[in-house]
Design a protein around this ligand. Structure first.
Ligand code: GLN
Length: 481
């Protein structure tokens, strides 16, 4: 059963060939037996999961099931879960038990899905390798000692290792797509505002977006059906109708106009990976798509702009962790200032401190115009690049990351090298458009991701394009040994 997709598990539950309790037990056993190798979970909620599975079986018996009723999955440990510890990968929140659910959590609960636990992640979602987690690094199921990517590395590794069929994730600069690519799974970052951020612990609020991770595009569509929609509790959530994302998966791709941004096929790209991506584009041509080169002239400025804007927003968001309200508090503070400074010095890891320092500097009087305001102007130019490109083409395609999964420890001594992992993903967050990563081959036995980028609110089209590709390829079905 652990090799089945959400759609298949849902059918099996519907037909009564398996119960949710049986399924839940099987996946919990897999987590217990296998996750010692990966460390993809921070918390496993066994008792709660079995109770929810029993309730789901009753719900099915009473004839009131949704496609998710009784299907196991996991949440990235950034989504608040009432009564269940939510750490955000940080010592600061090591013992934090939220008194409320994130909207995304509520929606999965209402759909009857069974949450098995909370997945590991880079601390406060800052990172590209899952090495900044207070709970230890995650290992990529495709390669011993290889990183799974970050920050949603726990979700990606858990899905790749068949410990869960699906997991939630978040993406501020690439944290859904890059780990999906490095672990050979399918991930979607929706349009900014499509999924509520309420109860999703904030890193950089103008960039953070919750999204989906599973092995197939169809399962991503099933997840987005649950997650997408207006939420009055999030002022940036968009009030716009939500389509059934599974309804258009089988639309033919004949006439689809694909643009290849020339800036994304640069020297920074591993040659063997480039070949895999170009082969994937050829599959699309066989399906009736047309291809042309396009340009995103300001894309090269994206990393620089992001590393002003994201730390600036993080420095403001993380000021709430002061040892007074909740979270970690240092022992025996001498006075209030000692409480603040020691709590933050002891509670945050190095990468988080680096971002707070950079962000506070960029926002300080005298530097605000030179850095933050300037970066926002660059952001506007980047957004305009995408708007222009989508006048000519329906989707853009590129590699998701510049190289396959690297070895643990290889990049974490030089932050800039690590930041360059996101060269193909970050501009998408600055523009706010949606994008996916889809398994598209292997280099030296390690997965390669194809990034598909769409215009605002074109998630259905992206899922359709990914699903059609998955009907003629089997990269997404390959299993790590
Ligand atoms: N790797 C990027 C960073 O460290 C993006 C992280 C993310 O998307 N959450 O900021």
């Amino acid at each position: 059963m652990h090799n089945k997709s959400v759609a298949e598990l849902s059918r099996a539950l519907e037909q009564g060939t398996v119960s949710s309790v049986e399924l839940t037990r099987q996946f919990l056993d897999r987590i217990r037996n296998e996750d010692g190798k990966y460390n993809s979970f921070i918390t496993v909620t066994e008792d709660q999961a079995l109770a929810d599975a029993r309730a789901a079986d009753e719900q099915r018996a009473s004839g009131k099931a949704t496609p998710w009723t009784g299907v196991p999955f996991a949440h990235k440990d950034i989504f608040c879960t009432s009564g269940v510890r939510t750490t955000c990968g940080s010592k600061m929140l090591e013992n934090f038990v939220p008194p409320y659910d994130a909207t995304v959590t509520t929606r999965f609960r209402k759909a009857g899905a069974v949450c098995l636990g909370k997945t590991n992640m880079d601390e406060f979602a800052m990172g590209s390798s899952n090495e900044s987690s207070h709970f230890g690094p995650v290992t990529n199921p495709w390669g011993e000692k290889r990183v799974p990517g970050g920050s949603s590395g726990g979700s990606a590794a858990a899905v790749a290792a068949r410990l869960v069929p699906a997991a939630t994730a978040t993406d501020t600069g690439g944290s859904i797509r890059q780990p999906a690519a490095l672990c050979g799974v399918t991930g979607l970052k929706p349009t900014y505002g499509r999924v509520s951020r309420y109860g999703m612990i904030a890193f950089a609020s103008s960039l953070d977006q919750g999204g989906t991770m599973a092995r197939t595009a169809e399962d991503n569509a099933l997840m987005l059906n649950v997650m997408a929609g207006f939420d009055p509790k999030d002022s940036t959530s968009v009030d716009r109708a939500v389509p059934d994302y599974t309804a258009t998966l089988n639309e033919p791709l004949k006439g689809l106009k694909i643009g290849l941004p020339k800036e994304y096929f640069s020297d920074q790209l591993d040659r063997a990976m480039e070949q895999q991506v170009r082969d994937a584009v050829k599959e699309y041509e066989k399906l009736g798509a047309t291809v042309k080169e396009v340009s995103l002239p300001h894309a090269k400025l994206a990393i620089a702009a992001y590393y002003v804007i994201a730390p600036a927003e993080a420095s403001a968001n993380l000021s709430r962790f002061d040892g007074v309200r909740y979270g970690y508090r240092c022992d025996d503070p001498k006075d209030l200032m000692d409480l603040y400074t020691r709590t933050r010095a002891e509670g945050f890891g190095n990468e988080v401190k680096r971002r707070i320092l950079v962000g506070t500097y960029a926002l300080s009087a005298g530097y605000f115009d030179a850095y933050y305001l300037k970066a926002q102007k660059v952001r506007r130019l980047i957004q305009q690049d995408f708007i222009n490109a989508f006048r000519d083409v329906d989707v853009l395609m590129s590699p998701t990351s510049p190289s396959p999964a690297f070895v643990q420890g290889e990049k974490n001594t030089d932050p800039v090298t690590m930041y360059l992992e996101d060269v193909f993903t970050i501009a998408i967050n600055l523009a706010g458009v949606p994008a996916m990563s889809v398994p598209a081959g292997f280099v030296n036995g390690l997965p390669v991701g194809l990034q598909i980028i769409g215009d605002y609110f074109s998630e259905a089209r992206l899922l359709n394009a990914a699903h059609q590709f998955q009907q003629v390829t089997d990269w997404h079905q390959r299993e790590p040994h």
